[in-house]
Write a protein that binds this ligand. Sequence first.
Ligand code: URA
Length: 236
Amino acid sequence: MRRLDQLLANLGYCSRSEARDWTDSGTVLVRGEPADGPSQKAHAADVRVEGAPLDHPDGLILLLHKPLGLVCSHELREGPNIYTLLPARWQRRNPVITSIGRLDKDTSGLILLTDQSALVHRLTSPKHKVPKIYRATLGADLTPARAAESATLFAAGTLILPDETTPCAPAALTLISPREVELTLTEGRYHQVRRMFAWVGYEVVALHRTHFGALDLGDLKPGTWRELPLDFFATP
Ligand code: URA
């Protein structure tokens, strides 16, 4: 059981100090009865606000098609962010909704968002080796010979990027066409795809993540998301 003011504030309905207005106005019901006040304790499932059940009281996992031009940071000085795509109430939740790993401002594609910090840690840990597939467009043609050389280097697990001390985990490179490649990574270092191709002499001019583990975007349009069940990543 939790205090109503805490429940309402954490789920983004209002601030804790505004909760008294909400409970006093009769719009908050507990088991069908008007709430006594902000300090009343209740199970989230027993609460109704304006006749509706509470908005995702147990948490959220979202699969977002990140559009270009938005950052994954909450820092406003870093520019417009992906969280502005979400409903205003979700943007006020505590714990905050955050991305599981990041994509650059200039990268589009599949990104997971959640308010479950344990899940963020689990899925971003290189230990878990979740494969992530990127489709990259290169600034120049990658000849079959250079592609084979790069594929061997990336797969070896020996490449140490500038300013780093540990080698990148083995990664799989597939040539789609002379300027289109697919790279599968099991980790998520800063600008990793761009830096790996820079190492072999190629600029990445467009980058899109198509898969995260077994998940893909399906027909999601850029800027839209779908919810995943909370037990989606539960381990048996
Ligand atoms: N690698 C990059 O270079 N950018 C991303 O956003 C993700 C992986």
